[in-house]
Design a protein around this ligand. Structure first.
Ligand SMILES: *[C@@H]1O[C@H](CO)[C@@H](O)[C@H](O)[C@H]1NC(C)=O
Ligand SMILES: *[C@@H]1O[C@H](CO)[C@@H](O)[C@H](O)[C@H]1NC(C)=O
Length: 389
């Protein structure tokens, strides 16, 4: 028997063990179960704690809160700390806001990558290799202005041995006749090859979009040009004088933005004004320095910087002030032109001698532009003292 038992034990080997083994095993089992339960308990506790803290934090980050209500009560006696506060708040506020993803609008409506070009001349800078690019925002229907610019300063393609390229920027025509307008735009572009069109609605309140789309176009299509000018369609531009200015010593090649610089301009809060801007749109009482939108010149490194920083600069309908805001955020100064009268903005009576020295001034109409241009281009020297003796 003993043998048999031994034999049995021998057969099942290790399984033939002390009966206390079963006791120890069940003890181990309950210890394991207890530890498992403990883990589960801690897990649940930890999870609920994280959840609670998240639900507490979320409202603090909600972008729609009106941070700026108090700004209307800016303390006049003590503007410094108030300014600092605005800066601090701006830091929070200017986090990228993603709007309406279905339409693909990123950051805010002024961010130019939201739009794409419908009419484009992608290779114009590659083939012409310009030193200077002139970009003119124009309303789709304003054929007359375009034609007169084509006959005047827009037709200056080689000045002082420098290649100049001029293009018009427009958005989508609105109104009931938009299809016909689009059709004639396509034909006009076939003829002159100088229209760039993007797919935003071309309206007055969308001018900032237009300006930023110009910047986008320059970054992606014309990075090799040295300088660019944004010049409105109701301006007379002397490309000759502009290039003479650029030849002066000490004209920076980078981070350069000049024109008719505006400083300490109050934000217009009168709702009936064309220039009205709400406190939600821009909370500070004054704009940062900005170049008057009629005409400004910039080095070709700036468009990329402006497009990138615009992600974090809230939309403002005043396109020139918006450029100022972007420059401020980039911590870049605006430059006063070597001679402030070069960029004239106050329209006064035409004087051939005086006007022949300006880079730009605004004209009352396209007819006037043509008239002045023709007169300025007469072969006789414009000023008496320039007459040969
Ligand atoms: C532009 O100038 C060239 C000559 O330099 C002339 O042949 C052409 O007709 C001009 N274009 C327009 C639209 O006036
Ligand atoms: C500006 O353009 C956008 C994009 O095309 C459009 O949705 C919006 O209505 C326009 N805004 C104004 C005020 O015209």
């Amino acid at each position: 028997m003993g043998d048999e038992e031994a034999g049995l034990c021998g057969q099942v080997l290790n399984k033939c063990v002390d009966p206390r083994y079963h006791q120890r095993k069940s003890l181990f089992y309950s210890l394991f179960q207890f530890l498992l339960l403990l883990c589960l308990l801690f897990g649940i506790l930890g999870y609920s704690m994280i959840r609670r803290s998240v639900s507490l934090r979320v409202p603090l980050y909600h972008p729609d809160q009106k941070f700026f209500q108090w700004n209307s009560r800016v303390d006049q006696d003590n503007p410094e700390p108030e300014d600092e506060k605005i800066k601090d708040i701006l830091k929070i506020r200017v986090k990228p806001i993603v709007l309406a993803p279905p339409e693909g609008i990123q950051y805010h409506q002024g961010y130019p990558m939201n739009y794409h070009f419908l009419i484009d001349h992608k290779d114009v800078c590659k083939t012409k290799n310009p030193f200077l690019v002139l970009m003119t925002p124009v309303a789709p229907k304003n054929v007359r202005a375009r034609n007169v610019i084509r006959q005047t300063w827009g037709n200056e393609t080689l000045v002082q041995d420098k290649v100049v390229v001029h293009l018009f920027m427009l958005g989508l025509p609105g109104g009931s006749d938009s299809e016909e307008v689009q059709q004639s735009l396509n034909e006009e572009n076939l003829q002159y090859q100088d229209l760039i069109q993007s797919n935003f609605m071309d309206t007055y309140r969308n001018l900032t979009i237009k300006t930023m789309v110009i910047m986008h176009w320059l970054v992606t299509r014309c990075p090799e040009a040295a300088y660019a000018v944004k010049v409105d369609s109701d301006m007379l531009l002397s490309v000759e004088n502009l290039l003479s200015m650029l030849k002066r010593p000490n004209i920076p090649k980078t981070n350069y933005l000049t024109g008719s610089i505006r400083r300490n301009r109050p934000v217009v809060r009168s709702k009936t004004s064309k220039w009205y801007v709400s406190e939600e749109m821009y909370p500070k009482p004054e704009y940062p320095p900005y170049p008057l939108g009629w005409v400004y010149l910039f080095s070709s490194d700036l468009p990329a910087k402006l497009v990138e920083i615009s992600k974090s600069v809230n939309y403002c309908e005043m396109e020139d002030a918006y450029i100022g805001m972007c420059m401020e955020k980039l911590e870049l100064d605006l430059s006063t032109p070597p001679d402030p009268s070069l960029f004239r903005i106050d329209y006064s009576n035409y004087d051939r001698c005086k006007f022949s020295k300006f880079i730009s001034y605004n004209v009352g109409s396209s007819d006037e532009l043509k008239e002045f241009w023709t007169d300025l281009k007469r072969p006789e020297p414009p000023c008496p003292e320039n007459k040969p003796v």
